[in-house]
Design a protein around this ligand. Structure first.
Ligand code: ADP
Ligand code: MG
Length: 411
């Protein structure tokens, strides 16, 4: 857990034009919001989203920052932003950072698919600012945050009950509002305020009680950040499909799931994506024809080998992997809510909003149901009814712009 240095959160009173750059693990976005005088009103919202091109997962960091700066500058021009005055930018950078100020920090390590040189040990704000200067563009990066903090900020803009932000996308993370007095690692005098957002960096959570399986360990060894981020690898969108594929392969090898021989196609690492896996979970057809179709499309298994019985085993595996993820997230969320006194254990339970963003949560309908089900199990129905799991689209990007606004207003 690390202090995010964010001791202000937007409250809807901010005004002006603000930009954000948001880089996750699959996509990056640039956005512009114009906040009007009317409280909580967004007069204008523009966004462009790009898939991160494959070569940028391994190029030098400078090139990646050039891409971000170029996209921001081109985007701003396209939407008629004149360069007469300097515009504040919120930078949503979803990697572990040792944050030293709202607009400064040191990158600790790379996660997800990234394996670039020039990142670790550098300050992402300075790197983006330098790249922007190369384009001679009038932007100032005023806030550095990760996507969970952005999501919480996005929710706070219109919902004072928002206390926790969660990401369920390519990776996973969570943050929450903490009393400054409880943050032991925060240097004295870092803030005059009473609360600050803490970045749990829960993707890297591990404990003796975390039931990491043999399959998890085997997959871990093939990742750029082997030995770390075990929780993320059991939970998030980048990994779930691959965990399922490995279990299915084991069943083919040890229990002849697809007949006497093992289809070679099953051995291709990362061939089953989480979106494909989620469609299998949601296959409601009597004959599981959709599952057979997905196995044919993604793993190139011939229809003759995808019997009903094989498909139903595959579906059961995908369901288990998805449910495990939702159960682990619910357990950690319940722990966080307990920590901030929002688990109903000390008197009347206050309405609490957990703001959630990310492709896994947004697009996988059954997953949202599993998560609610496990939250109810952990907290009991009465308390769970007061905890709203709020899906906020684009929250991390919007929240980054709002935070740029809040930081500008408070400085
Ligand atoms: P980022 O993490 O880059 O910010 P997103 O929040 O858009 O990106 O999340 C992308 C991730 O969401 C992908 O890695 C993918 O695994 C997951 N995802 C997207 N669509 C689905 C789906 N239909 N079912 C399950 N997971 C999905
Ligand atoms: Mg994201």
């Amino acid at each position: 857990m690390m202090p995010s240095m964010m001791d202000v959160l937007p409250n809807g009173e901010e005004t002006g034009d603000f930009f954000a750059v948001d880089i996750g693990g699959t996509n990056f976005r640039v956005i512009l919001v114009s906040l009007s005088e009317k409280r909580g009103e967004v007069a204008r919202f523009e966004m462009e989203e790009f898939a991160i091109p494959e070569e940028y997962f391994s190029c030098h960091a400078d090139r990646l920052f050039d891409l971000l700066a170029d996209s921001l500058v081109t985007f701003a021009k396209r939407y008629g932003f004149s360069g007469n005055r300097t515009a504040p930018v919120g930078f949503c950078f979803s990697f572990p950072v040792d944050q030293t100020a709202v607009d400064a920090g040191t990158m600790i390590k790379l996660t997800k698919k990234f394996d670039n040189e020039g990142f670790v040990g550098s300050d992402p704000v300075q790197m983006l600012q330098r790249a922007i200067l190369r384009f001679k563009a009038p932007f100032k990066v005023v806030a550095l945050l990760n996507d969970s903090v952005g999501t919480l900020a996005g929710a706070c803009y219109e919902d004072p009950n928002a206390k926790v932000g969660v990401i369920l996308g390519t990776g996973t993370n969570a943050c929450y509002v903490e009393q400054v007095a409880n943050i032991a690692t925060l240097a004295k005098g870092s803030t005059k305020r009473q609360t600050m957002v803490v970045n749990t960096e829960w993707g890297n959570f591990t404990a003796a009680s975390l039931p990491i399986t043999e399959v998890d360990r085997e997959m871990d060894e093939t990742t750029p950040n082997a030995g770390e981020y075990h929780f993320e690898k059991m939970v998030s969108g980048m990994y779930m499909g691959e965990v399922a594929r490995r279990i299915i392969l084991r069943l083919a090898e040890e229990a002849q799931l697809f007949g006497p021989s093992v289809p070679d196609e099953l051995r291709v690492e990362w061939a089953l994506s989480t979106p494909a896996m989620s469609k299998i979970v949601e296959d409601g057809s009597w004959t599981l024809s959709r599952t057979a179709q997905i196995l044919a499309e993604t793993l190139h298994l011939p229809p003759s080998r995808c019997t009903y019985s094989a498909c139903s085993t595959v579906k059961a595996v995908c369901l288990m992997v998805s449910r495990r993820s939702a159960a682990l997230v619910a357990a950690c969320l319940a722990g966080l809510l307990c920590h901030i006194g929002r688990d109903g254990s000390n008197g009347a339970m206050q309405e609490t909003t957990v703001a959630i963003d990310g492709g896994l949560f947004e697009h996988f309908d059954a997953y949202r149901e599993f998560l609610s089900e496990y939250m109810e199990q952990m907290l009991g129905p009465e308390v769970a009814a007061k905890v709203q799991l709020k899906r906020i689209r684009d929250a991390s990007s919007m929240g980054s712009a709002y935070l740029a606004a809040a930081v500008t207003a408070s400085s």
